[in-house]
Design a protein around this ligand. Structure first.
Ligand SMILES: O=P(O)(O)OC[C@H]1O[C@](O)(COP(=O)(O)O)[C@@H](O)[C@@H]1O
Ligand SMILES: [Mg+2]
Ligand SMILES: [Mg+2]
Length: 347
């Protein structure tokens, strides 16, 4: 029987060391480094809470709802509190915004302030909490506009191209932190005994071609014509216009689906459908689509609304929703082609 390889402690690069090296290379400043450390520490706390499961009394509904009209789980509320508590006093922020809060969260007057804005989806994949399937946390960091020390909602409305950092943690069989500061996308695995994130994949690369798609097929009848055509062609496989058989996966936790795509390729889509058309889509631009698109682009993939590069969308609201297509570059381009050809036919 061959031994399971364990990284030698001397060669292991911790998140702290990675960030210090990035600071020395002039790619981040000390404030952003410390901000990322605070977020990572909060995610470790969330990971512990998630890991306790039924033993920790954290499963089930909170009995409250969020601004999006969604019922909150106890872990949605707890994760939000953990991230707020950890970051509000950190001294690196001019404001915080969360999927779970109606408006942006001011930094209390007694706390020190900084130049960054932090946005997060504290717990992504809430419908999977009670069935012990991977969930996660998604975050995005922007610069506060010049001179702003106490941010208002409008200060957060910057396109995804302005992000200086984005990442997610996935609480699955192992807890992983996947991060970009605009110089590649890197994966860190939590060493639970030591309590630190260790660099396990430097420069994740998404293959340009794929034979795997992720979509909630139960919405098929509600989709718009270009999405109907695109998926119909995927399903005809080798005999159809795409000339190859496709496999399908859908975890229903965006973090888990995107993590699979960053690891082995694929396309993830949550298109516009008749159920969410009035809201503009299902997934949130600021807390989900933008950070994931930044990570995917930094790994050589592509991300689009179906008609526009995601990172160039000009946000109009903190809780704005968008259709999402992201992952393997050539497959995202194919999905976009179906939309543009349909629009051209319509004149
Ligand atoms: O239940 P559906 O319609 O398949 O939607 C699943 C999608 O909704 C989300 O769960 C939304 O995230 P939240 O749990 O943060 O609300 C995504 O993670 C996932 O991709
Ligand atoms: Mg989410
Ligand atoms: Mg959420």
């Amino acid at each position: 029987m061959s031994a399971v390889p364990t990284p030698s402690p001397s060669s292991a690069i911790s998140l702290t060391r990675y960030l210090i090296e990035e600071q020395r290379a002039g790619r981040i400043n000390a404030d952003l480094r410390l901000l990322i450390e605070v977020v990572a520490r909060a995610c470790k706390t969330i990971s512990i809470a998630v890991g306790k499961g039924a033993l920790g009394g954290v499963l089930g509904d909170a009995g409250t709802g969020n601004i999006q009209g969604e019922a909150q789980k106890k872990l949605d509320v707890l994760s939000n509190e953990i991230l707020l508590e950890a970051n509000a006093w950190g001294g690196h922020l001019a404001g915080l915004a969360s999927e779970e809060m109606d408006t942006s969260h001011p930094i209390p007057d007694v706390y020190p302030r900084g130049n960054y804005l932090l946005l997060f989806d504290p717990l992504d994949g809430s419908s999977n909490i009670d069935v012990n399937i991977s969930v996660g946390t998604i975050f995005s960091v922007l610069r506060a506009p010049d001179g702003v020390t106490q941010a208002e909602d409008k200060d957060f409305l910057q396109p995804g191209t302005e992000q200086v950092c984005a990442g997610y943690t996935t609480y699955g069989p192992s807890t992983m932190l996947v991060l970009t500061i605009g110089h590649g996308t890197h994966a860190f695995t939590l060493d639970r005994e030591v309590g630190s994130f260790v660099l396990t994949t430097r420069d994740m690369r998404i293959p340009e071609e794929t034979k795997e798609f992720a979509v909630n097929m139960s919405n098929q009848r509600h989709w718009q014509p270009p999405m109907q055509r695109y998926v119909a062609d995927l399903l005809t496989g080798k005999e159809g216009p795409r000339g190859k058989d496709f496999n399908m996966r859908w975890v229903a936790s965006m973090v888990a689906d995107v993590h699979r795509i960053l690891t082995r390729g694929g396309i993830f889509s949550y298109p516009l459908d008749a159920k969410c058309a009035d809201k503009g889509g299902k997934l949130r631009l600021m807390y989900e689509a933008n950070p994931m698109s930044f990570l995917v682009e930094q790994a050589g993939g592509a991300a689009s609304t179906g008609r526009q590069r995601m990172l160039e969308v000009r946000p109009t609201g903190l809780h704005q929703r968008v259709p999402v297509f992201l992952g393997s570059k050539h497959e995202v381009e194919a999905a976009v082609r179906y939309h543009l050809e349909y629009d051209a036919e319509q004149g």
